[in-house]
Design a protein around this ligand. Sequence first.
Ligand code: FAD
Length: 315
Amino acid sequence: MSRGRVAAGALELLTKARTLGAEAVEAVCFGPEARDAVPECGWYGATTVHVSTDPAFGELLPSGPAADTLATLVADRRPDLILFTATHGGRDVAGRLAAKLEVPVIANGLDIEATDGISVTSSIFGATQLVRTAFGARRPALVLLRPRSFDAKPAPVSNAPLVVTVPPVITESHRRARVVARAPDVAAGPELEDARVVVSGGRGLREARNFELLQEVAGLLHGAVGASRAAVDAGWVPYALQVGQTGKTVRPTVYIACGISGAMQHTVGMKGAQHIVAINRDPHAPIFKIADLGIVGDALTILPQLAAELRSRAG
Ligand SMILES: Cc1cc2nc3c(=O)[nH]c(=O)nc-3n(C[C@H](O)[C@H](O)[C@H](O)COP(=O)(O)OP(=O)(O)OC[C@H]3O[C@@H](n4cnc5c(N)ncnc54)[C@H](O)[C@@H]3O)c2cc1C
């Protein structure tokens, strides 16, 4: 759950899972608010939702109890495939579960197929190559898929899912660490990964304060600001804004790349955008090869003009 809703990544996985020809697609929700997630899981195709609302999932570091509880569920349900979102939490749980069950896990997946066995496409060597890896016969197959690898779409037909309460596995070792405080990130606009418009800046913005131009344009478009790794490495913006192979994957309606060259490690995180606009003063910049609209010019001149135009239209 995120901000009271099922995390978008989980809905993307349910959408993809429906296409894999499985007998049943089931969801697992652990946490004090787990029952709130049930209807949405059903809309996206889960026929059964395994739930534990034990308060320990909110009080302790949740990955240990989640992995151990999942292990008992696996013994009971014997699934062929378990999908996780490649988030910090997803990686933590998948890694623990893989070790516990002594099965392999494929991380950083971009796509999955289950027509002839189960195989996963992921990027390697700094996103310069794609590789497809097939699982052997051992089950369950564990796969971590990058957020925004698929569009989340509700199932054409959905019924209320069967809800099964799972006994949680909470051990003394899990109780050795507990959460003492939470500091939610109070961003003014939408989260980068959920934003319908993303305005990203790269090295071409030259210095940190020029990101204020991006903030203004993003604000006027009700969008979020992103960045290339060069801008993050320069310390102009926090790592949380990085788009790309080692940052976030975004699939907005519109992605505006400003002063970004279009290195493959960046584009792998944004090429799923429906419309790509690039502003770059180099007409040969690779970003123009994937842009729907290319503007050759100085971003530091064009962005204030764009902001002024948007302000005038906003009235
Ligand atoms: C393992 C690995 C992982 C990586 N992961 C990521 C990742 O997750 N995300 C990521 O972004 N990168 C990643 N990189 C780095 C990536 O290879 C590039 O180095 C990086 O994306 C370049 O950032 P940039 O486009 O901002 O800078 P540059 O490549 O330096 O491009 C700057 C661009 O700005 C243009 N420009 C300059 N001034 C202006 C101006 N005033 N107005 C308009 N245009 C202007 C230039 O023409 C140029 O095209 C990774 C690299 C490796 C090896």
